[in-house]
Design a protein around this ligand. Structure first.
Ligand SMILES: *[C@@H]1O[C@H](CO)[C@@H](O)[C@H](O)[C@H]1NC(C)=O
Ligand SMILES: *[C@@H]1O[C@H](CO)[C@@H](O)[C@H](O)[C@H]1NC(C)=O
Ligand SMILES: *[C@@H]1O[C@H](CO)[C@@H](O)[C@H](O)[C@H]1NC(C)=O
Ligand SMILES: *[C@@H]1O[C@H](CO)[C@@H](O)[C@H](O)[C@H]1NC(C)=O
Ligand SMILES: [Zn+2]
Length: 398
């Protein structure tokens, strides 16, 4: 890529809960833990249906895949829940009684994932002669890979630690780019701010493989449910306003104060320090197939909207040109939902003109359990979108 000489990038990894996906010697993926699980989709047609669905979700303690939190369940909002076989019987019974329409997206999650994966993952990963970019890796594996790159590609890769996670692990950032005296524009990329979105970190690694220039990475640590904070609601921008929760047990808990999380604080500090240089902030999430830009916290368009909008339009078209996968794009608030304290809004408000959040594949068929066979196509098309955005930002836009 031509821009390599001008742009370097920072790819941080925020990995929560990432665990080896496979127990060696066992033939089931993920320890067979999804056997019989179903994923059910409901789109409430009115407020009453939404209310019923909220109560059911709460009482049955479903694993909510979409939207981000129970409080977002509303009329017209696509709601995907994962439930065990037993719970699904109860849920479906109540839905039928209340005459609420539903679709069973996946009738046996374990089967679905294994069919798609062809059990590729049950090999002994550590004996692979080369690091595979088409499987999901554990945090441990990713970190040793990072250390390895830092050692073997010291001309292009510089690894630094920007702080410590809550559990005391180093927050590693890979900086990609040739050493030079000249001022360089940079792009910050983070993947996996939300741990269950595994395709995010897979993309960050793909990105490094494809373009040995940019990268910066960093990790983050696991928390127990009800002890954690949503790291994408903890930033000092309209903190804990609409679309964030003050309740520690909610998935969108904003934390006791802005930047209360050491991970958020460390990255915010780093970004503030380098904000003159960083021209774009890209954050990778899943799943929804969307390309989002500010604002998240309010329904309003940003100044110079058309510039960012056309960057998004082009990126989405570039992405679609590969496999025909369609992405929606627009301000996060109106395209996804309103959320305050997000990293993207924060980056934008702190002077990084191009701030985007990708919601990668798919639209709910596999959801968070996107099979490893889809890592390659997903990353290939996403690379094109990312390159398109970075080309755009090198042009004079205003
Ligand atoms: C599910 O229901 C079956 C019987 O219908 C019961 O044997 C089993 O223990 C239940 N599983 C759970 C996890 O509750
Ligand atoms: C990366 O490698 C350099 C030596 O090339 C070393 O000084 C540095 O400490 C390494 N970074 C980390 C975070 O280990
Ligand atoms: C970006 O995408 C647009 C629209 O598909 C295309 O016209 C343009 O050539 C792409 N630019 C790059 C650098 O890929
Ligand atoms: C918007 O464009 C103007 C020039 O047209 C520029 O001075 C300003 O910095 C831009 N604002 C943002 C937020 O990019
Ligand atoms: Zn996310």
């Amino acid at each position: 890529m031509k821009l390599d000489r001008r742009v370097s990038a920072f790819l941080p990894f925020w990995l929560l809960f990432l665990q080896p996906a496979v127990v060696l010697g066992q033939s089931y993926l993920y320890d067979n833990r999804y056997a019989g699980d179903k994923v059910i989709r409901v789109v409430p047609e009115n407020d009453q249906e939404a209310q019923t669905l909220k109560i059911l979700s709460q009482q049955l303690k479903v694993d909510l895949w979409q939207p981000g939190s129970i409080s977002y369940i509303s009329k017209g909002a696509v709601t995907d829940v994962r439930v065990s076989r037993n719970t699904s019987q109860i849920l479906l019974h109540y839905l039928q009684q209340a005459n609420i329409q539903y679709i069973v997206l996946i009738s046996d999650l374990q089967k679905a994932v294994e069919e798609q994966s062809g059990l590729t993952s049950s090999r002994n990963r550590r004996s692979l002669p080369e690091y595979s970019y088409e499987i999901y890796h554990s945090l441990e594996e990713i970190q040793s890979w990072m250390h390895h790159l830092n050692k073997t590609h010291s001309d292009l890769v510089h690894m630094l630690s920007v702080g410590k996670s809550y559990e005391g692990r180093p927050l590693l950032v890979l900086k990609l780019g040739k050493r030079s005296r000249a001022y360089k524009k940079a792009v910050w990329i983070d993947c996996g701010i939300h741990a269950r979105e595994w395709i995010g970190p897979a993309f960050c690694q793909w990105f490094v493989k494809e373009d040995r220039f940019w990268r910066k990475t960093r990790s983050r640590n696991s928390r127990f449910r009800c002890h954690g904070v949503d790291a994408n609601r903890n930033w000092k921008v309209k903190w804990c306003d609409e679309g964030a929760s003050i309740h520690p047990c909610d998935d969108t808990y904003c934390g006791p104060f802005p930047e209360s999380e050491p991970e958020v604080k460390a990255v915010a500090h780093f970004l503030r320090k380098h904000r003159k240089q960083i021209k774009a902030y890209l954050s990778f999430h899943a799943y929804a197939q969307m390309l989002l830009y500010p604002y998240s916290y309010k329904y309003a368009t940003i100044p110079n909207f058309s510039c960012v909008e056309s960057a998004a339009f082009n990126a989405v078209n570039a992405l679609q040109s590969v496999y025909g996968i369609r992405y929606r794009y627009g301000p996060a608030s109106s395209t996804l939902y309103v959320s305050s304290g997000s990293s993207m809004d924060w980056a934008y408000k702190n002077g990084i003109p191009y701030a985007f959040a990708f919601e990668l594949r798919d639209t709910g068929h596999f959801g968070f359990l996107l099979p490893e066979t889809l890592i390659k196509p997903t990353c290939t098309e996403t690379m094109l979108a990312v390159k398109n955005i970075t080309m755009h930002l090198l042009k004079k836009c205003h």
